[in-house]
Design a protein around this ligand. Structure first.
Ligand SMILES: Cc1cc2nc3c(=O)[nH]c(=O)nc-3n(C[C@H](O)[C@H](O)[C@H](O)COP(=O)(O)O)c2cc1C
Length: 419
């Protein structure tokens, strides 16, 4: 939206997202939680999100909900099928009891998946070898494209039936929809490849199918990468055009602007030091040695600074006319949200800082000068291979001896409260 917002306190006031009213403008970002053995919502997963709901977010995002068994990207994710409905209903009812809305992130991993995880060759727009997992991915047919679109719509309908207020369509991080947007992975010569109009066709068709299926009752958010730090893959001028097409189509209520890829140079999304020792913990020999030696060039090493997606995200404000824009990336202090809101962003998603402090929204509301505690050590990243958590969380026994960051030594040092 191009009109700058004004009142600073407005970030804590109710705001509408499509057909839904949130109690404020803060949304817990998707952080694949790993608490769903057998693809189902568990009480433990609900309790985990209760922390964010009680802690004051306007909406929390249940992640990651695979639209198909081929769509998993990490262990312990949710499968959107009928048998998951009771757990999904419990989830939304509990969030609503706490006054928070519930969003479901719907995704298909595509070239991010591994054969080991999904039991078959992963999908991609064209033949592709994932340079991190070394998995060969096969080119999907047009019929399979139609299947994938229908599966998104089926998953959306299930989420709506379960009482979700919003759906977040994962069009980022080189997952299947995002890989169609990439000039690096998408080498198709049909109407789904080539120029950016063709490469955007898949995400537009998913958005349309979802909208047609759920109608006007549920808010729809598209999470798309602005850039992915990979030469010739997803670049800003293309992404601006994709966003404009989604805006003109009118099938999504908001666009959540993310960055990066889960295929290679993963740190473009997170910034800061790659948590190599944490990844090595989850890998057998010799991969654990390999990741320590070659992890940095593969994952990338990009300096972290607060609001690191802001400058790119601002480029979208003038171009996207009717669809609300959601800012993400290193948003940790009250002044970041005020700055974003004054510039024209309507909502804010927060990942790591909420893992560190599920009640950070209450804290910054009550004490405007409060300095939140996340230090972006990024060790929450490899925790997705188990139960996603912040390494400072008191709820987890920590195997810290192999880590470069040892919670016991640093947790106290990072406690700081101002204002
Ligand atoms: C542990 C972890 C798991 C994540 N899992 C997901 C996911 O399932 N889907 C997704 O779109 N993004 C995922 N992300 C990315 C976050 O949604 C967010 O885009 C990123 O962390 C940047 O926001 P932040 O600076 O507030 O952490 C994950 C991030 C972390 C730290």
């Amino acid at each position: 939206m191009s009109t700058p917002n004004e009142s600073a306190n407005a970030i804590f006031e109710p705001a509408t997202l499509g057909p839904v009213e949130l109690r404020n403008r803060f949304i817990k970002a998707a952080t694949s939680e790993g608490r769903s053995p057998n693809g189902r919502v568990t009480d433990e997963l609900i309790a985990y999100h209760e922390g964010f709901a009680r802690g004051g977010v306007g909406m929390t995002t249940l992640a990651y909900c695979a639209t198909s068994p081929k769509g998993f990207s990490a262990p312990g994710q949710i499968l959107m099928e009928k048998e998951s409905l009771p757990g999904l209903k419990d989830f939304t009812a509990t969030m609503h009891e706490h006054g928070a809305k519930a969003s479901a992130q719907l995704g298909h991993a595509g070239p991010v998946a591994t054969r080991q995880q999904i039991g078959e060759t992963p999908w991609a727009p064209s033949k592709f070898i994932n340079p991190t997992s070394f998995n060969y991915c096969r080119r999907i047919s047009k019929d399979e494209i139609k299947t994938a679109i229908r599966e998104f719509a089926d998953a959306a309908e299930l989420a709506a039936e379960a009482g979700f207020d919003a759906l977040e369509l994962h069009f980022g991080h080189l997952y299947l929809p995002s890989s169609f947007l990439s000039n690096w992975i998408n080498k198709r010569d049909d109407e789904y490849g080539g120029n950016i109009e063709n490469r955007s066709r898949f995400v537009r068709e998913i958005s349309q199918a979802v909208k047609e299926r759920v109608g006007d009752d549920v808010a729809i958010i598209a999470k798309m990468s602005m850039t992915d730090g990979i030469p010739g893959s997803i670049v800003l001028p293309d992404s601006l055009q994709t966003a404009q097409m989604l805006d003109a189509d009118g099938n999504v209520d908001a666009i959540l602007l993310t960055q990066g890829s889960s295929v290679v140079r993963q740190m473009w999304l997170f910034r800061g030091e790659p948590p190599l020792a944490g990844f090595a913990e989850h890998m057998p020999f010799p991969f654990n040695v390999g990741v320590r030696m070659f992890g940095k060039p593969m994952l990338g090493d990009f300096e972290y600074h607060d609001m690191y997606m802001y400058e790119d995200a601002r480029q979208f404000l003038d171009k996207v006319k009717n669809t609300k824009l959601v800012l993400l990336g290193g948003l940790t202090q009250r002044e970041h949200f005020e700055k974003g809101y004054n510039e024209g962003f309507e909502f804010f998603e927060i990942g790591r800082a909420l893992l560190r402090e599920p009640d950070m929204i209450q804290k910054i509301q009550e004490k405007p000068g409060y300095r939140t505690l996340c230090d972006h050590n990024n060790y929450c990243m490899p925790s997705v291979f188990g139960k996603t958590h912040c390494i400072y969380s008191p709820d987890y026994a920590m195997k810290a001896e192999d880590r470069e960051i040892r919670p016991a030594e640093t947790a106290g040092a990072s406690e700081r409260i101002e204002g």
